[in-house]
Write a protein that binds this ligand. Structure first.
Ligand SMILES: Cc1cc2nc3c(=O)[nH]c(=O)nc-3n(C[C@H](O)[C@H](O)[C@H](O)COP(=O)(O)OP(=O)(O)OC[C@H]3O[C@@H](n4cnc5c(N)ncnc54)[C@H](O)[C@@H]3O)c2cc1C
Length: 338
């Protein structure tokens, strides 16, 4: 509750927690294997990571079990409408792959169509998020069909919803990529579109807090000089990305992914030989940017961040050495399936 600033439903949250042990036991009874119990950043270690991730869970466990139980799975047959009789749901109308209507009779229907991040109207109505500032990390096609079907037959709504968000995302790069970890998940120097720091960057260890901080800015740039880049490659990252890139992983793919992104002309990745050139490429006022770097470097030399109290272990001086590669990104948070 605290983690989400009390914007989640208390009773639903309690029910989820109360059932979590039974849930894990049910998975174990199905033969599911867990690769690790991890945490997103410095959150609680409750993230049970499936061996082989979600694909393995479905292909090796859920699907065979459903088939064994005689479950009929209709692919490409979206549900469109709930059929009511005397105040009860007695069926679901769906559309078959050849565009015919199919009526499935039932005693009860479980709505499990996922989130609504691909429906701008629902997003505008139910959240405070501006999707133009958000990188949508969910699978495509989440248009809130179940919510709409339920509303169409009179279901009540509490009128709001939240997205599960993480701090930063380098658009068009996977969660497993080292360039995304470097640019989006590490407590390097972040500046906004004015070239100013705005937060203690080690907030990135707490995904929701980081998302809240990043959401205050239209754009965040992660500044990484060659020294920090080499440190990430040779000594490892601080934070990583949950179970996808574990803390301490040497980001050996980073140089290649950086060159690839630059060759593709990616709009979120930049490289410059001097700080002035970098400021120009980012469209940031040179003087402000250089002043920010100077002040930050002073704090690095002192081992104390007087502006935001960043943990000194993450204070890495930004040196204007030639051939400095810099990675940046425009904002920001990722709704996960919402
Ligand atoms: C990159 C990423 C990583 C994640 N990692 C984790 C993790 O490690 N651990 C974790 O616990 N959670 C994780 N999540 C979150 C998790 O995936 C979601 O919370 C979860 O999948 C939501 O489950 P759901 O069944 O409610 O919806 P979904 O998994 O979205 O399933 C909804 C299904 O309904 C189908 N559907 C939609 N409309 C219709 C319709 N009209 N008729 C019929 N079917 C329809 C969709 O195609 C979809 O298959 C992650 C999410 C993302 C995006």
């Amino acid at each position: 509750m605290e983690f989400h600033n009390y914007r989640v439903s208390g009773p639903q949250w309690k029910a989820l927690i109360d059932a979590s042990g039974d849930n894990i036991q049910w998975l174990l009874d199905l033969g599911v294997k867990f690769a690790m119990v991890s945490s997103p950043g410095k959150g609680e270690k409750t993230w049970h990571v499936y061996d082989g991730f979600g694909d393995a869970l479905f292909d090796q466990h859920f699907l065979p079990k459903a088939e064994e139980l005689g479950v009929e799975i209709l692919l490409n047959t979206p549900g469109k409408e709930l059929v009511m009789e005397d105040g009860r749901i007695v069926g679901v109308k769906a559309t078959t792959p050849d565009k015919k209507e199919l009526l499935i009779k039932c005693k009860a229907a479980i709505i499990a169509t996922g989130g609504f991040s691909d429906d701008p109207e629902l997003v505008a109505e139910l959240t405070t998020d501006d999707m133009s500032q958000v990188v949508n990390g969910g699978t495509p096609g989440h248009t809130g069909d179940g919510i709409k079907m339920a509303r169409a037959v009179g279901a009540a709504s509490n009128g709001w919803a939240i997205f599960s968000k993480i701090g930063l995302t380098l658009e068009n790069h996977s969660v497993h990529s080292h360039i995304n970890t470097a640019a989006a998940m590490e407590p390097s120097l972040w500046v906004n579109k004015f070239g100013e720091r705005y937060v203690n960057e080690d907030v990135i260890f707490h995904y929701t807090r980081a998302a809240n901080a990043v959401g205050t800015q239209p754009t965040t740039y992660s500044i990484i000089d060659s020294n920090l880049l080499n440190k990430m490659v040779n000594e490892g990252c601080y934070n990583g990305f949950g179970a996808y890139v574990l803390p301490g992983t040497k980001l050996v793919d980073l140089p290649g992914e950086l060159e690839e992104a630059l060759a593709r002309g990616g709009k979120n990745v930049f490289k410059a030989d001097t700080l002035e050139e970098l400021a120009d490429k980012l469209g940031i006022d040179r003087d402000t940017f250089l002043a920010t770097i100077d002040r930050y470097n002073e704090f690095c030399a002192m081992g104390q961040d007087l502006d935001y109290g960043k943990d000194p272990q993450y204070l890495n001086e930004v040196k204007p050495v030639p051939s400095m590669p810099s990675i940046s990104k425009s904002s920001t948070s990722t709704p996960w399936a919402a």
